[in-house]
Write a protein of this length. Sequence first.
Length: 408
Amino acid sequence: MTVESTAARKPRRSAGTKSAASASTTGTKSAASKRTGAAAKKSPGATGGEPELIQLLTPEGERVQDATYDPYIADITFEDLRGLYRDMVLSRRFDAEATSLQRQGELGLWASMLGQEAAQIGSGRATRDDDYVFPTYREHGVAWCRGVDPTNLLGMFRGVNNGGWDPNSNNFHLYTIVIGSQTLHATGYAMGVAKDGADSAVIAYFGDGASSQGDVLEAFNFGAVYNAPVVFFCQNNQWAISEPTERQMRVPLYQRAQGFGFPGVRVDGNDVLASLAVTRWALERARSGEGPTLVEAFTYRMGAHTTSDDPTKYRADEEREAWEAKDPILRLRTYLEAANHADEAFFAELEAESETLGKRVRDAVRAMPDPDSLAIFEHAYADGHALVDEERAQFAAYQASFVDEGGN
């Protein structure tokens, strides 16, 4: 089994009814007795009242039923579940390797996705090949689902390319560093899709901090007014760098959609099954002409905002430890083991594959050239500028001063 072959595989679209094969995967208990945390949602797009949470797999790894969303994963077999587990494990391994490479001076910066694997893999596998994805800069798991080579992501963070892939080859836009601007790009693209009469949808990713940006709110408004086939997928990891969500909003984030006239739902972002089901539902709404949906994936950023951040300065250890107990990977592993549909040989094979991926990524990054330190001066002015030329020469001389007599 190779990384590339399975990375390109996507779970089949739901047929709307539970098949005999998939029925065996849902040895479920009632939502009323097992749903933990916030109250169970009974209908899509409900707003008002206490925060509600779509959950199909509890933190203890127990499957719960949901009459609304179960049909959207009716086709998912245990083989598919093992694939989702593999996706999460390998994307976490890639993420950990990238963090280590940055600490070793091989990357300029890295934004970790640690803890958000279920939200990204679940939603990413919900998309079709002809859907178009607009990420921010932390959607490494979604990039994995769209078939983007992990090493291409790292070229940008090393400074040797301006993106690393052709967006149209995977229908996966380049990473967007400007907070929230990609939601407007996604909405405009979705409006074009609607005018073309295409049977596809657009999904835009952003975080809880970005949800307070004007660009995001403008995108909500344009998406609603023009009934654009766009899904706004917010990964609420509860911290906008050091700013907690209670300092940003007075109502649950998903309820913001109500003011713009389209549905909003909150899903357990550490539950890969719920993330898959809810995103499939939202994408189906978009494709059938019902307009936008806001999906709030309630999750937790286990690591730092980026490698330049120190979360110990603003977060309590107890909070992090409580969320580690809800680890999305451990949750699915517990379910697979309890159902006897993944044995030690599977996990051992995956561990070996994980190490192979880590080595491939590490070797590829170290083989990349050093960034051109003078490239920053190239496009400051279209016709050149005397001061920029002077600064370039000064910086080049400064860089040359570090070369010893041996040329090193």
